[in-house]
Structure formats: C-alpha cells, structure tokens
Write a new protein. Structure first.
Length: 334
C-alpha cells in the first residue's frame, strides 16, 4: 500500500507545509496532496497548482497531487497548460485530482453557475485530454470551443486524472473519463462501499477491469503516541472543524446536520476517522483495505489550529510504526 498525506494547509503556512513535505519525502511517503477551497481564513489553498510547483522544485521522488482541484473554476485550456507544465517541472510526478465542487459561496466568488457543472466538467476533461495528446484540436462543445488549437509544451505522457464525487453521475464520470476514483475523507464506510460498487459497475460498462484501476482513499487521520493524546487533538481540532465548517451556513452532502448536533467524536468518526495510537491506526486502516481494496491511503493530517510540531511527529510515527505493517519488505526502526 502507498501512503500519502495532506500537510498543513493555508497560504500563510507555506513554510510549515514545505518543511512537512520535505520530511515526508525523507521518511519514504509516496505522495503529498493539496486541496482547493476559497475564502476560508487560515485553511486550505486557493491555488494548489502553484503550491505544488514550488514543492516540485524542492523534491525529487514524492508524487504531487490535487485532492482535489475544483474544475469549474478553470478554463480547460489554461488548466491543461498548467498541468502539463507541472508534469514537466516535476518529471512526471503530478496527479491531477478533479471534482465539480459543491460550495455555493465559492461558485458565487467565481461567478460560475452551479447548474450544469457536471456537463461542464465532462466537456472540459475531454478537451484537456485531446490538448495533451494532439497537435491540432478543433472542439465544439456546449461550454467550450477551440479551433485548430494546441498547447505547448505538451506533457511527455498524459497527466493522470483522478476524479472525485459521490453521486451516480460523478461516479460514472470517474469511470468513463478518469484514471481512478478519488474518494474524499467525509464519507463513512457504508457509503464508501455503496459508491465503490456503483463505480465498479460503471468501470465494467466502460470496458475497464476494476482490478487494474488504482484504489486511493482519503481519510481524516490523527495519530499520537497515546490514545488520550490523539483523542484530545481530534476533539480540539478535527471535531470542531467538522462542526464549524460543515454545519453553519450549509449542510455537507455527506454529513448533513451530524456535524452540528453532536460533540461526540465516536459518533461522527465511526467508520470515518482514523484516530489513536499507531497500533490502533493499523487496525483501522486494515479494515478499510480489506473492505475496499485500498492501495493508496491519503492521510489528511491538518485541521485548523493543529500544531505544526505535532504533524512532524505524526509523520515520523506513521513512517516508523504504521507504514511497515503494510509493506512486508520494509523493516521497522527500533
């Protein structure tokens, strides 16, 4: 199993995040990921590709990905060019995670309609794939038109695209147009199993073998040397984040009012969070792997106020105590 992580987030914390990324590569993590949200104080990145380009120049091995970028906020020609450049800068270490978005206030900020964003997404991705591989592209769609267009430079190989989303249309797009489905961290295991079955069904319809498609999964992760410390950090940062972010002005489509009505970590975190000591985390990760066939776990480690020093410690704990349990050839350090 591969292991990735989402480090400290927020444009003001770039230097802390960079330190975490450099340590993660040194410790043997396989990937690091950026999310995209807008207008959130001291959290998230408004321009994840810019951040990843900076990290590409300071790293040499670790994969760099978006988990996820919000496709409707980009013109597909611009996004195809930026993704191609990032692939070149990183020596083909870039994975473009995309989704249609869901926050009304962000669509208002960009002056983009929520209506039709799924069709817009599909059209944009089809155009981008042609721009990455063809020298002369003419495209006449509902939303985008290009006459004898080309981008330069094109990537050496097409950029891998992992597609997020949860409803049937999103899962169909992931199967037909994407290279993998990238589930976010907010769904619990029953919803994951339901969505995975639907996604696999669409893969088969598209003529693809589900066994040959990557199986990434993003989870909320808080690991510490003791269970008490892990729970303290989760209650102080992770649980409050769910209540404040997902339960004030709107309801998250996968969480609804649960983030508002409960202050119980166990209730909202059941089959959703990975919290505890390294030994407890191993058991929880194994459950997801057995149920879903996960082969690439992306650990979201940062929640507003989470200490940078703890994330550094957490990365060391995961690398030393958790990752070897899923890599038989890797020898644990003392």
């Amino acid at each position: 199993m591969k292991f990735g992580f989402i480090p400290t987030e927020g444009g003001r914390f770039y230097r802390e995040a960079l330190e975490e990324v450099l340590l993660g590569e040194e410790l043997g993590f396989d990937s690091v990921w950026m999310e995209e949200h807008h207008s959130v104080p001291n959290h998230y990145w408004p321009s994840p590709l810019i951040v990843l380009a900076g990290w590409a120049t300071r790293t040499s091995r670790i994969l760099l990905g978006t988990d996820v970028a919000v496709a409707p906020f980009y013109h597909p020609v611009r996004l195809a060019e930026d993704a191609a450049m990032l692939a070149i800068i990183s020596n083909n270490r870039f994975i473009l995670g995309l989704a249609v978005g869901y926050r009304p206030q962000e669509f208002d900020l960009y002056g983009v309609s929520l209506e039709g964003r799924g069709r817009r997404f599909s059209e944009a991705l089809r155009l981008m794939r042609r721009l990455w591989t063809e020298e002369d592209v003419t495209f006449n769609g509902e939303f985008f038109r290009v006459q004898h267009g080309r981008i330069e430079p094109r990537p050496e190989v097409p950029v891998p695209v992992w597609v997020g989303g949860w409803n049937r249309n999103a899962l169909r797009r992931a199967a037909e147009l994407g290279d993998a489905w990238l589930p976010g961290p907010t769904a619990d295991l029953p919803r994951l199993l339901e969505a995975r079955a639907t996604y696999d069904e669409f893969l088969v319809r598209a003529g693809k073998d589900p066994a040959r498609v990557p199986r990434p999964l993003t989870r909320e992760v808080v690991i510490a040397e003791t269970e008490a410390r892990a729970r303290e950090l989760a209650e102080r940062h992770l649980l409050v984040n769910y209540r404040d972010e997902y339960g004030k002005d709107w309801q998250h489509p996968l969480i609804g009012r649960a983030a508002v009505v409960t202050d119980r970590l166990d209730e909202i975190g059941r089959d959703r969070f990975i919290i505890g000591t390294p030994e407890q985390a191993i058991r929880q990760i194994e459950r997801f792997r057995e149920a879903l066939g996960v082969d690439h776990l992306i650990c979201r480690l940062y929640f507003p106020g989470m200490p940078h020093e703890h994330i550094l410690t957490e990365l060391r704990l995961i690398a030393r105590e958790v990752m070897p349990a899923f890599r038989p050839s890797q020898v644990r350090e003392g």
